[in-house]
Design a binder for this molecule. Structure first.
Ligand SMILES: [Zn+2]
Length: 326
């Protein structure tokens, strides 16, 4: 309860049918959902595509489909502050904390959500979990400022948390966001204990993600970049998952699978030009589940990254959660 005071938390919980439901929600459920109206707060500017409306639409769709009653709702309660520097420099963290103190708390809440999801999965309360958190994280490095709408790399921090807090040795991070997760590649480029697999358009922001970038030193071979150009379809990305991801995942044998679940690779996105359908994301999720069930006891922690068509993003999230639950 470090990010928000107890009073703030209760106020948020009381204001939200979703967060309130967690209190009365004790029966076993296989899929967890990290949700908190604190994820509404962050706003870069009025017309910015990484907007609170993204979270609002996801919540509305969950309620409309009554899905929240079939999920174990998880609040972001882990004290994440000390874990930020497992990935980021003290200078980076302090720069954001000093110059953007409100944003700092909002980004920290998202990190806390991911660590809370890892707790739920690793303690066996759920098999898998999705974090409907924002701001996103996979572009965050150590520049002391926002990069690509990101401040802290929640998934990378989560991977270290799983390794150090739960002694899980090998983490597979799958990133299907339209953009390359340059922050995640940077964090683990020489580390063979984290396999990073990304599909993205390498000609888009941030201009990284070349296939020849495969890792260095002991991490050689543990960074896999797959370029998918504009117009990439369900068939294209599913083929890549089947032909490239499944064999390396079977060799790697992860103890936990994490997803950088960006839905700006969905059709009709404002910033992306891939053409993935909601059904496509359902099938990708099923493939990731097969990997997790084969090696990691089914353990998946999935984290929202991009996705800027408000309705489209919410629809893709719902399809993804339904596949996690199935
Ligand atoms: Zn993106």
């Amino acid at each position: 309860m470090s990010v928000f005071s107890r009073r703030q938390f209760l106020k948020l919980s009381a204001s939200s049918a979703l967060t309130a439901d967690v209190l009365a929600n004790e029966q076993p459920r296989n899929t967890g959902l990290v949700i908190d109206d604190g994820f509404l707060a962050h706003k870069i500017s009025d017309a910015h595509p990484e907007s609170p409306a993204r979270y609002q639409a996801i919540k509305q769709h969950l309620l409309a489909e009554n899905l929240h009653k079939q999920l174990r709702l998880i609040s972001p309660t882990v004290d994440a502050e000390t874990w930020l520097t497992k990935i980021h420099s003290v200078e980076h963290v302090n720069n954001i904390k000093t110059h953007q103190p409100t944003t700092y708390q909002q980004a920290l809440l998202a990190t806390s959500g991911v660590l809370s999801a890892i707790d739920a999965v690793c303690m066996g309360n759920v098999t898998n979990a999705f974090c409907a958190s924002r701001p996103p994280g996979h572009h965050a490095k150590n520049t002391g400022q926002e990069e690509g709408f990101c401040y802290f790399n929640h998934v990378a921090i989560g991977a270290r948390y799983a390794q150090q807090h739960y002694q899980l040795k090998k983490i597979l991070i799958i990133d299907w966001d339209y953009h390359h997760g340059n922050g995640t590649e940077w964090a683990f480029y020489s580390d063979p204990s984290v396999l990073y697999f990304s599909t993205h358009d390498m000609f888009a922001y941030p201009g990284t993600g070349l296939p020849e970038r495969t890792g260095e030193a002991k991490g050689k071979g543990f960074n896999i970049n797959v370029h998918l150009g504009c117009g990439a379809t369900d068939h294209d990305i599913i083929s890549v998952f089947r032909d490239r991801l499944l064999p390396v995942a079977d060799d790697f044998k992860p103890d936990l699978v994490m997803i950088s679940a960006g839905f700006d690779s969905r059709k009709d996105d404002l910033l992306g030009c891939h053409d993935i359908s909601d059904k496509g994301f359902f099938e990708l999720t099923e493939m990731v589940k097969t990997i997790a069930q084969g090696h990691a006891g089914g353990k998946i922690v999935s984290v929202l990254e991009g996705g800027y068509n408000i309705e489209g993003n919410a629809n893709a999230v719902i399809a993804h959660i339904k596949a996690l639950m199935s």
